[in-house]
Ligand binder design. Sequence first.
Ligand code: ATP
Length: 325
Amino acid sequence: MLPPLPLLPGTGPMIRIEDVHKSFGTVKALDGLSLEVPPGKVFGLIGPNGAGKTTTIRILAGLLRPDEGRAFLNGLGQDRSIETRRILGALIEQPGLYGKLTLQEYLTFFARLYDLDRGQARKRIQDLCELLDLNVQTRERLQGFSLGMKQKVALARILLHDPPILLLDEPTAGLDPLITKKVREHLLGGKDRKRKTILISTHNLDEAIRVCDEIAIIHKGRILEKGSWEELRERHASGCRVVMYLRELREDHADLVKESGAVSEIALDPDRNRLAYTAADVAETNPLVIARLAAAGARIVSVEVEGAGLDQAYSRLIEGSEGTP
Ligand code: ATP
């Protein structure tokens, strides 16, 4: 196996795109896109269909050339096929599998391409198949696999050589929730968390909130906003809906909530002992509301903050840019 490429944590972004433009005929897929992902971070690209997410990932993976601008992985530019093979795992939409091969044949073939020796390959294939709930002994050819199974095989393939950089285009599309959780834990849990730098594209805001350190909202080939989800929510969301269940709801509870300040749309549902309100800043308001209610003898059974606000931020940004060319 090739020795791992020396990585220099903290010396610069592992993934970088500089002012990239890419058109397909008259369609501008990327329009001056720039981004950087520091070592050990997970960066999410979120945007509607056709926003330019896959094009960004294909350019970074070296599968497409930009019309203008540059792309780097660990400081290496576009002409970097051998080095890239060692440091990159790229999962790109609709994985093309060699349909006539069995799972074992397919993964063994790629393990060889990645220069894993026989023993390493066997162990790695076994571990990944276990993680992804794939039966490595199956004699069925890949062409007979379901879409979700094909996605799992593609994931196993890109993880074979344990690359430090991952480009993942909709990685959990088609995976069931249990496997999604296992994959997420494998990539982001424990010791792997800081070893890998990941760019992930997703339509799934919940997934982005859960796994990404930083998120970019992309539309028409441009980044509209980026930051942690807390930053985006603060900048763009108008408030969160808070729902509380109490042991026994009283009329005066609404006044106590109101007096806590910066709340609106207070609603009481006495039949269900349910109290709801909208707070501009839940972190500020909720402790005050809870303290007031508790001091008045209310017994709070549960508190939920609905829609963490990123969905609003996302919709506003996308709708706000609809008029632009
Ligand atoms: P989705 O979420 O639907 O996968 P996306 O954000 O990944 O969308 P891209 O696939 O990058 O978007 O596409 C950006 C734009 O470029 C779209 O208008 C798309 O139709 C166009 N496009 C992408 N690849 C090609 C191609 N090979 N030929 C022609 N047009 C293309």
